[in-house]
Design a protein around this ligand. Structure first.
Ligand code: ADP
Ligand code: LRH
Length: 496
């Protein structure tokens, strides 16, 4: 066939999938060949990703891709969640199992970092809001990095770069994922050596930044033989899952805000230059790297993590529920009228989520959501209200009205959340595609192959290939009133 065949492996914080894509020059068709859970492991006092298992799943995905009609893929690219990394020693061995960003070891070091570089200054230098999950605090907490002991020849590879290294033998730091570290200068798009020096993080840990859509190398021969697959190029597409998702938003010409909805809800806009104002910082925005080499100005909102954690707790208590059943529950619940601030950092760690939500409502003087249905309702309404607040902030920062909200990712399967987002923001919500991240990954590979030229062309392909669904706002007056109540409840608190 004439189509270009590619493989995307997308690791989300809750699940991963391998998706093949065939691009015929005008449209993309995709097929999921492998899907797996991503379950972190608590070991001793720390919280880790199961890297070896994830690498195994990646190989399974590559193996499964060879069966696809029209021939095996000519290239593969990995994208993952942000901020996490592995350290590789001079012999190419993984130096310790990667930590999960929800591990608590960074909590003590943040104040130390701020006494060396005040928080405000860090934002001005990097455009990244301070959060305990950021790579900068994780690296600062690594003894072997800062003591220098055993740091000889050590390299820091963000998760997608780490997977690419073990696939191809080539080390590189890709721009979009590097931008989540809190260690990049968003103007020059290079590692910030001033910050590194001040914090005694050796510059030798880092490799040169490569731009999204760079051919890295070929699949190692031993892996090809092990998996019985032909030669495959390994591409640094857009390593950060959120960057890949934003690249595939099927947007037209009108101004819009995006929400990438999965474990997190990442809400924002794209810019040519970073927004480094006090307002941007005080509203907790970050300037991350876009797949087009541009800036994604966005806010991290806790997202469906809140629901995932409730679901996990209820399953442990003996009531396993599917996401469809959870949505049914919320639909059956009377409107709840109690809200949480879905950007509050107190919700970062795992465990006991239903109880923490009840306490949060009680401590803010609201009715306590007792039943499971009331809790699910509270989460979904609180997310929509937080989106509205973030939209107001985005419009102030952009100086213009956003005509639509594009939502992409697994979270669009929660139809109640899509509808409530339209209602509370008063803007049409355009939902889809569900697999935006894998699709963005595939189209960035097509770009590396020279088959498309830029993000605008990519978005046209996505729009034609995966028609989105529109939700129109309802009950505007009622939600406006609720929103005012919500804003008064949570006057600017500490967020993630
Ligand atoms: P991530 O990439 O962060 O792992 P995904 O994009 O896969 O996340 O989205 C996962 C979320 O999608 C889940 O937390 C869940 O809330 C939602 N979801 C998945 N399947 C369904 C479904 N059938 N109905 C409603 N929501 C769903
Ligand atoms: C979403 C995401 C988000 C990061 C978080 C750690 O998957 O990449 O953009 O902030 O994970």
């Amino acid at each position: 066939s004439q189509s270009l065949h590619m493989l995307a492996v997308d690791f989300g914080a809750s699940s991963g999938r391998a998706v093949t894509g065939a691009f015929n020059g005008r449209t993309l068709s995709v097929s999921e060949v492998h899907r797996f859970n991503n379950e972190p492991v608590r070991l001793g006092n720390h919280f880790h990703w199961d890297f070896l298992r994830l690498f195994h799943e990646l190989k399974q995905g590559i193996h499964a891709s060879r069966r696809i009609a029209g021939g095996a893929p000519v290239s593969v690219a990995v994208d993952t969640w942000g901020v996490d990394y592995g350290l590789v020693d001079a012999k190419g061995r993984l130096a310790g199992n990667p930590y999960h960003y929800r591990d608590l070891r960074t909590e003590q070091v943040m104040s130390e970092v701020f006494s060396a570089i005040p928080e405000k200054e860090l934002f001005q230098l990097t455009g990244i809001r301070s959060s305990s999950i950021n790579t900068i605090y994780q690296l600062y907490a690594e003894e072997k990095v800062r003591s220098g002991y055993g740091a000889d020849g050590l390299k820091m590879l963000m998760m997608p770069d780490l997977f690419h290294y073990y696939l191809s033998g080539v080390m590189a730091n890709e721009y979009t994922i590097a931008s989540t570290s809190g260690l990049l200068d968003p103007r020059s798009r290079t590692w910030h050596s001033g910050i590194l020096n001040t914090l005694s993080i050796p510059e030798s840990l880092f490799s040169e930044i490569v731009m999204p859509g760079t051919m890295l190398g070929q699949l190692r021969q031993d892996i090809r033989e092990e998996l019985q697959v032909p030669d495959m190029a390994v591409i640094a597409a857009a390593g950060h899952d959120t960057a890949a998702a934003v690249a595939s938003v099927p947007a037209g010409a009108a101004p819009y805000a995006f929400i990438s909805s999965g474990t997190w809800s990442l809400m924002g806009i794209e810019l040519d230059q970073p927004a480094l104002s006090d307002y941007s910082r005080d509203s907790f925005f970050s300037n991350e790297g876009g797949a087009g080499g541009n800036i994604r100005l966005l806010k991290n909102i806790m997202g469906l993590w809140l629901l995932q954690e409730c679901r996990r707790t209820w399953a442990l208590e003996g009531t396993p529920l599917t996401y469809d059943e959870l949505t049914e529950l919320a639909l059956s619940a009377p409107e709840n009228g109690s809200y949480i601030d879905a950007a509050d950092a107190v919700f970062l760690p795992p465990g006991g989520m239903p109880q923490r939500i009840r306490e949060y409502c009680r401590d803010s003087g609201q009715k306590v959501p007792e039943s499971r249905a009331a809790i699910v309702r509270c989460i979904v309404e609180s997310l929509a209200l937080q989106y509205r607040q973030t939209l107001d902030e985005i419009e102030k920062l952009a100086g213009e009205r956003m005509e639509h909200i594009h939502i992409v990712g697994g979270g669009i399967q929660n139809r109640l959340l899509c509808q409530l987002t339209a209602n509370v923001t008063g803007r049409p919500v355009i939902a889809g595609p569900v697999e935006a991240t894998a699709i963005g990954n595939l189209m960035m590979q097509a770009l590396a192959h020279g088959e498309v030229k830029n993000l605008a062309e990519i978005r046209q392909v996505v729009l034609e290939s995966f028609p989105p669904e529109t939700y129109l706002p309802e009950d505007a007056a009622m939600w406006e009133e609720r929103y005012q109540q919500y804003v008064n409840l949570f006057k600017r608190q500490e967020t993630v």
